[in-house]
Write a protein of this length. Sequence first.
Length: 215
Amino acid sequence: MTGLNKSGKKHRFGKAWMHEHVNDPYVKEAQRRGFRSRAAFKLLELADRDHLLRPGMTVVDLGSAPGSWCQVVRERLGGQVKIIAIDLLQMDGISGVDFIQADFAAEEGLRAVREALKGASVDLVLSDMAPNLSGVEAADQARSVGLAELALDFAVLHLRKGGDFAVKLFQGAGSDTFRQQVATCFDKVYVRKPKASRGRSREIYVVGKGFRSAA
């Protein structure tokens, strides 16, 4: 595995975690609304707060499985959007989403996304990727920042001028430096902690608005 499981899959499901999960209001609401995971509410908040979704967009979702962020984009924009999604894991089909099962960190995966774009520029790059957690905080932090940097590299190459970017990473060593990297390419940069992010989680989202160019 290359650490592209966006759910940050847990290796141990203790009774306390399972109790918290089944009683989580976001989990219950996701089930009620047909979202594949509670992560949908993170994007909903980011989209509302930072005006990320507009009709006619081309959107690339990096690390898309199980597909809740694609569901949000489709729910908001209907048929007025082109969505290309990629993940190392299998993702059940979603109407209107061009899904690629491949390793985004490998040239093969990048090439597949480029081919799916057919030369089109991108309006919004999303990444909810997280590393498979090892339990070693320094290593997990480095992997998280590395995934965010890969997403930024892709955004710099493919975003149209004025496009937007939203990426998850863990707060810690390297996160401030990464935010500064984003600031060199975008007019505005925000650090967000959506309400659906669990309080103990170190995850944050860096949002870049108004792509200029690579520094």
